[in-house]
Design a protein around this ligand. Structure first.
Ligand code: EPZ
Length: 427
């Protein structure tokens, strides 16, 4: 298992180019199988989840050609299977998007029941409710979800819970259903809009993405398309909060500031200085940081994926801050790890009370998911002394060249495995 060794008391300053969005890429790649023609996806992040998704597609019979660092060409013409490989799907939850895209194209799909992870229970009842409404039969046996439909027919579906995954899965299936589908109480994240734009480029008719209601007119055939993935707002927000946490000044480039308004507002409230340009945002630490109440909500609220880095930032603001996690039941696993570093945090249900202003000290800690991993690395940069962060494969799932980007900003971080240090350069 690989670890990061991180030297503390490091200020991060400089410019960093933000990669394409993981949470968009893992929806666009399964969506590509809706057509048998060539699809080109640009600005793909070079992360484990994208590589796993590409392996799943190749295993399904899609031929894939890499063109340059962040562009691939897919030829889904000779797709032969309707069941993504079990061992690959188990690696990442987002592979359940093949339910919607394979059902849409073939009227059939077989996908393993997605694993939960360290964010608490992650049911898929809303996905299955939507597929049933479109006319699919669903059998769950031997750990597999088997979906089939002689014909998918448009329907009106009101989601009980605002769910990114369910919204995406139903957009995919409904795009190929006969007639009109109306999806209500949907997720409004930028990744939803990015998928709608891609589907429409392939000839679909998806309207209203980014609002509470999405209206879809099913089509029979999809053409090829060229599409560039939107920037990763969560990666950008992670670096923005790292600037304020480490006392530095970072410009995140190639971003869409509109996608980051909740983060920008919160950083300003906590005392950071923020300058917004058309395609970049600069965050500068200003002393002292001010305690704040941080509540996570579906977009356009403060994103739950930035709650762990937000908690690290609030440990540096002298006084009492409160974090309320409104999206997931159990997204405080990073708290115990931060407490090993001396953070004073108390969790009561969905609320965490942070007594900020107490300097952190380096310690051996473990990442429990990719966002907590990123947060622990930032915490280690602010701490006194050296830290070891284990289970960094979580971070590799969603942060493209994270340690290189941090080193270029002034971090001293080494990736090690049981056989020694793997990267020798340092900031
Ligand atoms: C997506 O997960 C993201 N993953 C997550 O990012 C993100 O944390 C989450 O949305 C919330 O923003 C991807 O986009 C690949 P949900 P998803 O369905 O789609 C409940 C990361 O770090 N729910 O929007 O699984 C669910 O339990 C990852 O990049 C149901 O009850 O999240 C949760 O409480 C972590 N029934 C809430 O809705 C359902 O059928 C939101 O979940 C579906 C969801």
């Amino acid at each position: 298992m690989e670890k990061f060794i991180v030297k503390g008391r490091k200020t991060l300053s400089g410019k960093v180019r933000i990669s394409g969005s993981k949470n968009s890429a893992v929806a666009l790649l399964p969506a590509a199988v809706m057509t048998s023609e060539m699809v080109t996806l640009e600005n793909l992040p070079d992360i484990t989840d994208v590589r796993t998704m590409i392996n799943i597609l190749e295993n399904l019979g899609v031929s894939i050609r890499r063109r340059g660092r962040d562009t691939i060409e897919l030829k889904p013409g000779n797709l032969t299977k309707i069941a993504p490989a079990y061992d690959l799907v188990k690696k990442m939850r987002a592979s359940y998007y093949f339910m919607g895209s394979l059902l849409g194209r073939f009227g059939q799909a077989e996908v393993p029941i997605p694993g939960g992870c360290d964010l608490g229970p992650r049911p898929i009842d809303q996905h299955l409710k939507g597929f049933t409404a479109l006319g699919a039969d669903i059998n769950i046996e031997h750990g597999m979800i088997k979906l089939s439909a002689k014909k998918l027919t448009g329907a009106r579906i009101y989601f009980d819970v605002v769910s990114i995954g369910a919204t995406i899965n139903l957009m995919l299936a409904a795009a190929a259903a006969e007639g009109k589908t109306i999806l209500e109480n949907v997720a409004k994240e930028p990744e939803i809009v990015d998928l709608a734009n891609f589907l429409n480029a392939m000839g679909a008719s998806v309207k209203g993405a980014g609002t509470d209601v999405i209206r879809i007119e099913g089509v029979k055939n999809f053409n090829g398309a060229v599409h560039s993935v939107i920037p990763d707002r969560i990666e950008a927000g992670t670096f923005m909060m790292a600037a304020a946490s480490t006392g530095g000044k970072i410009t995140v480039e190639d971003v869409i500031p509109k996608h980051l308004e909740a983060i920008t507002a919160k950083i300003i409230e906590i005392g950071g200085k923020v300058e917004v340009e058309p395609e970049s945002i600069t965050v500068e630490y200003v002393s002292p940081l001010v305690p704040s109440d941080l509540k996570t909500f579906p977009y356009p609220g403060f994103p739950t994926d930035l709650q762990p880095p937000g908690m690290v930032l609030l440990t540096a603001a002298k006084g009492l801050s409160v974090i309320t996690e409104n999206v997931f039941d159990g997204r405080f696993n990073h708290v115990d790890e931060l407490k090993r570093m001396g953070a004073r945090i108390k969790v009561e249900g969905r609320t965490a009370l942070i007594e900020g202003g107490v300097p952190l000290s380096g310690a051996p800690v473990t990442a429990t998911d990719l966002r907590s991993g990123a947060a622990l690395i930032i915490a280690a940069l602010t701490a006194d002394g050296e830290s070891q962060i284990s289970a960094v494969e979580h971070v590799d799932r969603g942060y493209d060249k994270f340690e290189q980007k941090l080193i270029e900003l002034g971090a001293e971080i080494y990736r090690t495995s049981d056989d020694g240090i793997l990267n020798l350069h340092s900031g």
